[in-house]
Design a protein around this ligand. Structure first.
Ligand SMILES: *Cc1c(COP(=O)(O)O)cnc(C)c1O
Ligand code: SF4
Length: 399
């Protein structure tokens, strides 16, 4: 449903109007969709456990009658959130253990994630930080913000600061500028990054005043979070354009979600749609083990299969890295294309289903990472390279 007729266009364009008119009751939700019995039960069952709220902009993207709608499934609670899960996992990345000062996560030597707020404009059902979003204990006091900035200033190895949350763009421009300018005054901080889902859930937040301000503190990067091509609206396209035109490179992180975007065509349309808007797909995250998200998680095998199908069949830089975040850092979940070594050849799978054997004379001495020795696969045909020396032919096993 587009903007309702009773809402004035100037209100619809005003992000603060959306914040004031967020939907968080069954009654208001019924203005937008016909809630199913499962959704009604979900709203009751999750009360006091997991927050939910939806901006009118994001609500306007929901399909009123189709409850499998990928936008609806990201924000409307279901009773399954309270089903038995690997419960108790509220902090799967051990972020609390890696916090030297409140809400600052220093888990990589040269960069920190700084959770400046626990507020979001919407609460996604699969959220990694379900433990803290909307939690007033996780909110930062001014003195706590100063402590975090002081920690960064005292650690010259930190060259990249990621402002995250919650969503840092729930703050006013002035509050954001105070943090960004404090960081910019620290000489060893090279890169300031903002992680924000505003271009998706409340693109009206990306105003010329905001992007003009960010542009004064370069290099500033933004990572946003589109999960489905339905979220690529004219409003979000405009928001991305404003950021990019002010010199802010935009990356995108997607979470792989069962029944929402775990299809090849969906991911392809999403990633191509982002590139068409000059945003770079950066990570595809395996959904985290968070209590209340079992129904939204896929197997890792499913994610790997989807990535294999995208590889080689779309623009290279439209393909993000598929990763699992762990307390030991992010791990790329890459299928192995390289199968092993057969004498002077390295044998590999191709994205077209053939097997390729590339001449690559065995390294002298012991390679520090030897490949497994394998036999030349059956059916291999040689493709002469024209080189006379034995062992320099290439081989291919047709699909
Ligand atoms: C992901 C993450 C970062 C940033 O990692 P990049 O791979 O550089 O994007 C920094 N800190 C924490 C705690 C993170 O989880
Ligand atoms: S926007 Fe991000 S931080 Fe906020 S609820 Fe959604 S996933 Fe969590």
């Amino acid at each position: 449903m587009p903007r309702p007729a009773h809402v004035r266009p100037e209100d619809w364009d005003d992000w603060r109007w959306h914040m004031r008119h967020r939907i968080s009751s069954l009654e208001r939700l019924s203005d937008w969709i016909e809630p199913t019995a499962d959704e009604r039960a979900g709203i009751t069952a999750t009360q006091g456990i997991f927050r939910w709220t939806i901006t009118p902009h994001y609500a306007s993207l929901m399909d009123a009658r189709e409850d499998s709608c990928p936008v609806r499934r990201q924000v409307v609670p279901l009773e399954e959130e309270c089903a038995p899960d690997l419960v108790g996992v509220v902090d799967p990345l051990e972020e609390v253990a890696h916090s030297p000062v409140k809400n600052l996560i220093h888990n990589y030597r040269d960069r920190v994630a700084f959770c400046v707020t626990s507020e979001c404009a919407i609460y996604c059902r699969y959220c990694l930080r379900k433990r803290m979003v909307g939690d007033s204990d996780a909110m930062m006091r001014k003195s706590e913000l100063n402590d975090a900035v002081a920690y960064i200033a005292a650690h010259p190895e930190i060259r990249d600061v990621l402002l995250t949350g919650g969503d840092p763009l729930t703050f006013s421009d002035g509050a954001i500028e105070r943090i960004v300018s404090a960081l910019r005054s620290i000489s060893h901080v090279q890169v300031i990054r903002l992680g924000s889902r505003m271009p998706v859930k409340l693109p009206q937040r990306i105003t010329p005043a905001l992007t003009e301000m960010l542009g004064r503190y370069h290099p500033v990067w933004v990572n946003t979070h589109f999960n489905h091509p339905k979220e690529l609206t004219p409003e979000s396209t405009k928001a991305l354009g404003l950021l990019l035109d002010s010199g802010v490179p935009v990356g995108n992180q997607t979470v792989l979600l069962r029944g929402i975007n775990d299809r090849e065509e969906t991911l392809r349309d999403l990633f191509n749609g982002l590139v068409a808007r000059r945003a770079r797909p950066y990570y595809l995250y395996q959904a985290q083990l968070i209590g209340g998200t079992r129904h939204l998680r896929t197997s890792i095998e499913r994610g790997m299969e989807l990535m294999e199908r995208l590889q080689g069949t779309m623009t290279g830089f439209a393909i993000p890295s598929y990763v699992l975040d762990t307390p030991h850092g992010k791990v790329p979940l890459t299928g192995s294309w390289v199968m092993g070594r057969c004498g002077d050849h390295v044998v590999m799978k191709t994205t077209r289903g053939t097997v390729w054997a590339e001449p690559n004379p065995r390294p002298l001495g012991d390679p520090s990472r030897p490949l497994p020795e394998i036999a030349m696969p059956e059916g291999a045909e040689t493709i002469p390279t024209g080189a006379a020396r034995f062992g320099e032919d290439r081989w291919v096993v047709p699909a």
